[in-house]
Design a protein around this ligand. Sequence first.
Ligand code: FES
Length: 580
Amino acid sequence: MAERSIAASFLRFQRSFGIRQVRLVTGLILFSYLISHFTNHALGNISVPAMEEGMTYHLAFWRSWPVTIVFYTAALTHMSLGLWALYTRRQFRWVTTEMIQLVFGLSIPVLVIGHLVGIRLAASLLGHDKLYAQAFFAYWVYRPHVMWMLYAVLIVAWVHGCIGLFFWLRTKLWFKKAAGPLLAFAIFLPTVAMLGLYQGGRAIVRASASPEWRADNLNTGKVGTGADQILLDNIVQYALYVYLGLIVLVFVARGVRAIMERRGGLVRLSYGDGQTIQIPKGLSVLEASTRFNIPHSSVCGGRARCSTCRIRVIGDCAALPKPSSREAFVLERVGCGNDPAIRLACQLRPKSDVAFFQIFPARAGASALSQAIQTHAGKERYLVSMFVDLRGSTKLAEKLLPFDTVFIINRFLTAVSQAVVECGGRPNQFVGDGQLALFGLHTDPQTACRQAITAAGRISIHVDELNKFLGKDVPEPLRFGVGIHGGEVIIGDIGSHDHTVFTALGDAVNVTARLQDMTKQLTCEVVLSDEVRKTAGLPEKTWPPVEVPIRGRAEPMIVHAVKKAETLLKLGDDFASAAA
Ligand code: FES
């Protein structure tokens, strides 16, 4: 049993781990090095001997063999992933922070190579013994322009690391609270480090005027010979050529790919709101949105971490490429693992035409993320639930082929989801040909009731459009029944350890299902409880009351039967103007 759960955890870990996680882990290793190194620089505010004392501890750790192997593997991997990112990114219309992060990341090797070769390689290759005194002399006295380069690399590396950390942490629910202290630290450490370097540099400039100091600190045992220096300079030069050559190669590879893709043909993306674009195969849906300036929410910047770029594919999903293990992991985590129509726009690279709509509002920020990924331990709150059911699906199944039936049911559920999302609700569960939607997860009860009433009206619009689209492909126009009721429910994640679904449980939800059933007997499209009418702030005379028995309840209940859901659209307009 224990073995199985360890294996399951391992599989889960493996699926959650992709290129971005490798980049994150290697970045964290390099960032730890920066913190240690900068802290050491900050000791310059005390004295140069304090810096050198600190350096012995810094080196004891970072130059130990196991750490050296891990550190340089991380550095090489991180740098290669930067080049890979340059290759894989399809467009350069990035937000400023992303652009800064990439440009800074690519420039670090250029800025740091001289320092790395002059200090670290010189120690391993030629046995030089350079510490702060020798470095300060080289950078403050011998080649003063290098001092500015070191300040630049310090800032560039730190900003690059901070942006990476920000992209990672901003998707965490606790980030808002921690952002202030983290920002203070992000400003404090490099500032004191640069001040420390400045103080240390000044002290060495003064001390180096003395011939004794020079004899003690600049002898060949410590800094090597002139020939050593020429060798080190050559190594720097060749390393720079190799690195710049790699960057050129990446751009050549991008050009070759662009030509091949253009030859491979175009695919059409339809956004479900009338917008249609054509893109080369290979572009992700999110990249396509960015390229065509179509607003698309993407809190994590396309890193498959947040799920806010989620889309619901309309129609047949069989032609879509299978989700990668990382995409499948994220979708599972937000409870959409079993629905092939839900995909991450940043990961989906369609090979054929596809129609979809975005699940989150295009400008969704981190708050939408918490809505998307929060795991709920279970809490009680007022919610409005809405059950929507497709009428006559059995007859449909008798007259159509199974594939056609599934296609039509999917289109119907998509139309319903679209209406729910447009009105601020959340499609929650699909049961056969029916759907449970929730309203009020992030709003007060009155707004939730109004949203649900408006959504019922909008369902009629979307189903009408669908009927027009399907035309003679269905034996008769699709019809539906809607039940709406509100009350205290328990919301939370239910299920087993490996598979949980966020949902609402309680009497109010059960009653909603019965109201939906009642639409058949009352021959109407919508049955809503008097509770919803009252909470929405609608007068008693809005609809005639009907007293109905509810299975499992001793007391009858007052409900309202709405013959045609489209009549609710007028109320939706009234609610909207009242809110404005
Ligand atoms: S943008 Fe965050 S998962 Fe796609």
